[in-house]
Design a protein around this ligand. Structure first.
Ligand code: PLP
Length: 411
């Protein structure tokens, strides 16, 4: 990630858009360093959700009345905006509740009917459970096996070993774009090219990429790309799966119900085409209205500017952490995202996080839904500080002061 900083953006004004960041916790100003878990929401997103319920609330695609049309426009508008943001076609974008749903959709609708004994799925050591467990369920039901690509000492994928795993039995390679624990940014374009050469389909978990990187999903050359709205400054319960149209057309429905059909008879049902086939039932309409605004918000700032801002914060953060005695950092891949997992010698991760909370600092402690990665490092848990564009250099200094204070308490 080499991006030029943009002095044109007033980041203090951007921060002021986030009401929760003015909060105090235990009498201290909140330092929210848990954006990899969920991102905070700007006023504009909150206002859109509020306005939807106050003025436009109706169901989508059913009513011809004005409110029904407005609700449909808000929902479909989110699809159009998100498609533009990801550089994909709207008629290839399935709106859903988030990455977990998106990956399960591919598992049940694409992989389950296709895989058989003797087939293999390749995952990586750094996957979130959302990109492991659905494949284990598919493997159990089809007789396919799972192979795992391992990491080097910096927390990068060992590409030679990964490519050696891509043998003719492999039908799918599913990997994260950015690690939620290590911050490693995987070279997904190159990896997808290698997989494609071998006729292997690829699924990219973009949960931690879409909030931080300027994305061009079409250029990545994958078959499936999943994103989750709540990490992109949008509401919870929103997300999307992009899939090549040829896959969408060939995939049977995953969940049946209203909205996903052309015609229903007791003798049989004709299903809707494209994304609609996978969007049964009433969606999170207000949430998608908010996600549309979140995408507008991120786009107005410019993802390249967000990336540059977060890289500048990370640089300062790494330098400041270098002053903390007994600190072990997990993941040092060049160009990594602003996610720092760490432990302090002699202190349990949960104790550190609990004492930091008393200082107003919100970080995550635990396994980060990445048990196999914890097993790799031989630790049950780490602390994770994850930054976003609305954080400040002053917060980093205050965080390190708080960390040094609690470190001494636990020593
Ligand atoms: N994949 C990664 C890399 C994540 O970080 C997360 C959330 O932490 C998920 C998947 C799951 O996302 P969601 O719970 O929004 O479906």
């Amino acid at each position: 990630m080499t991006v030029a900083p943009s002095p044109a953006i007033d980041w203090a004004a951007v921060r002021a858009d986030f009401p929760v960041l003015t909060r105090e916790v235990h009498g201290k100003p909140l330092i929210y360093f848990d954006s990899a878990n969920t991102g905070q929401k700007p006023d504009a997103v909150i206002a859109t959700v509020d306005d939807f319920y106050r003025r436009h609330n109706a169901n989508v695609s059913r009513a011809v009345h004005t409110l029904g049309t407005e609700a449909t426009e808000a929902y479909e508008g989110a699809r159009t905006k998100l498609a533009r943001f990801l550089n994909v076609r709207g008629d290839e974008l399935v709106l859903c509740s988030g990455t977990t749903f998106a990956i399960n959709l591919v598992a049940y609708s694409w992989a389950l009917p296709r895989l058989q004994p003797g087939d293999a799925i390749v995952l990586t050591r750094m996957e979130h459970h959302a990109n492991i467990v659905p494949w284990q369920l598919v493997a159990q039901r089809t007789g396919a096996v799972i192979k795992v690509a391992e990491l080097d000492e910096l927390g990068r994928l060992d590409l030679d070993r990964l490519y050696a795993l891509l043998t003719p039995d492999v039908k799918l390679l599913a990997l994260t774009h950015v690690s939620n624990v290590l911050g490693t940014v995987n070279p997904v374009r190159e990896i997808c090219r290698e997989a494609r050469k071998r006729g292997i389909a690829t699924l990219i978990d973009g949960s931690q990429a879409a909030p931080h990187l300027a994305l061009d999903v079409a250029a990545i050359g994958c078959d499936f790309y999943a994103v989750t709205g709540h990490k992109m400054s949008g509401p919870t319960g929103t997300g999307a799966l992009w899939a090549r149209r040829e896959h969408l057309d060939a995939m049977p429905p995953f969940i049946g119900g209203g909205e996903m059909i052309k015609e229903v008879r007791f003798e049989g049902t004709v299903f809707a085409d494209g994304p609609r086939r996978f969007e049964a039932g009433t969606p999170n309409i207000a949430g998608f209205a908010g996600l549309g605004t979140a995408v507008d918000y991120l786009s107005a700032l410019g993802m390249a500017n967000i990336e540059a801002r977060e890289q500048a914060l990370l640089e300062r953060f790494n330098a400041a952490l270098g002053e903390v005695p007994g600190l072990r950092i997990f993941g040092a891949a060049p160009g990594k995202a602003a996610v720092v997992s760490f432990l302090i010698e002699g202190a349990h991760a949960h104790d550190l996080a609990t004492l930091l909370d008393l200082e107003g600092v919100a970080i995550r402690s635990g396994h980060h839904c990445a048990h196999p990665l914890m097993q790799h490092f031989g630790v049950p848990a780490t602390c994770r500080a994850s930054l976003a564009y609305y954080n400040t250099f002053e917060e980093i200094d205050a965080f390190v002061a708080a960390l040094n204070k609690v470190r001494k308490l636990l020593a």
